[in-house]
Write a protein that binds this ligand. Structure first.
Ligand code: SF4
Length: 325
């Protein structure tokens, strides 16, 4: 289902970006309706399982040890804490717990803990996703055996712009990790960030790379840069919000069967801009952290917004063919 419907040429994606916005939205909505209920949004929950002191130098990231961001570092969480977070996330309506570890990649000693975390999340009835950097040979298989559904590894930006953003790992290594995830039989979560100082051509190139993967990523997070003081991108020029909408719409059209996630930066968007992003084909969100700690989901702003839009969270049992085993 998520094999590319066609091989996308860069010019084709470029042409999408150039369309009048109503036409682009129309085409994105058509694409979305072929695979999804446009009234439903997938809800994922995000948990940092190891925070800060990362050896990589991603220019946007608060967690890099290369930047002085004042972030408090935390070691790897214990499995019981992850299980409790998974339980709360499920209560809040999430269908997946995404665990993020700030490091280059898991060491062998960490892998056993990660496997136990995956098993704990699955035991709570959630899908499990892990974002843990570059995977070494054999690691993807072990995680897949433990039941890991998704592995997240973003391309961040285009191959052409990549050296302006990260120097400690190559684009090639990223693509290799995506291949290892696929080969191990897991689903791929991979997207990028808008606002890294890239041009529209870079955004087009990144979508071209994602859309032409041998199997399209089943989950495609599109993030908007939140400039963090102390990072090299703290003064990055904000990107026109409509460019974010166009990027989401082009991703939806080029990868119609993928969940396109309106990820980081959403909390800074107006309700109206978020609604436009949903109309452009975004159909997945991270539920706010507040939902991990509150037992009164009715008051949550995300739910209120979805209700105002006549939309709702996708139930756990969805009928999406590409998510069938
Ligand atoms: S690898 Fe991840 S945690 Fe580390 S600096 Fe890059 S984005 Fe941040």
């Amino acid at each position: 289902m998520s094999e590319p419907e066609t091989r996308w040429r860069r010019e084709q994606i470029d042409e999408l970006f150039d369309l009048p916005l109503p036409e682009l939205l129309y085409r994105a909505q058509e694409a979305q309706r072929r695979h999804f209920d446009p009234g439903q949004v997938q809800a994922c929950s995000l948990l940092s399982i190891k925070t800060g002191a990362c050896s990589e130098d991603c220019a946007y990231c608060a967690q890099s040890a290369h930047h002085r961001t004042g972030l408090e570092r935390e070691g790897l969480l214990d499995v019981a804490t992850v299980r409790a977070a998974a339980h709360q996330a499920r209560q809040a309506g999430a269908t997946r717990l995404c665990m993020g570890a700030a490091w280059r990649g898991p060491g062998e000693a960490d892998l056993d803990t990660l496997i136990a975390m995956v098993q704990a999340v699955k035991a709570e009835g959630l899908e499990a996703c892990l974002s843990a950097g570059v995977l070494a040979e054999g690691q993807a298989e072990r995680l897949a055996e433990a039941g890991l559904d998704y592995f997240n590894h973003n391309l961040d930006t285009s191959a052409s712009h990549y050296d302006q953003v990260v120097s400690t790992r190559s684009y090639e290594e990223r693509l290799e990790t995506l291949e290892r995830i696929r080969q191990a039989g897991m689903r791929v979560c991979s997207g990028g960030i808008v606002g890294l100082g890239e041009s529209r051509a870079d955004r087009v190139e990144m979508l071209e790379t994602l859309a032409n993967q041998p199997v399209q990523p089943q989950s495609v997070p599109i993030n908007q840069l939140i400039p963090i003081p102390g990072t090299p991108l703290e003064d990055a020029e904000p990107v026109d919000p409509f460019e974010m909408v166009r990027t989401i719409a082009a991703a939806r059209i080029a990868m119609p069967g993928s969940y396109v996630r309106l990820a980081a930066g959403r909390e800074r968007m107006s309700d109206e801009l978020q609604a436009l992003c949903f109309a452009a084909g975004a159909n997945s969100i991270f539920l706010g952290d507040r939902l991990l700690t509150t037992d009164n989901a009715d008051e949550d702003h995300d739910r209120q917004l979805l209700a105002r839009l006549g939309m709702g969270l996708e139930p756990r049992e969805h009928a999406c063919a590409e998510l069938e085993p």
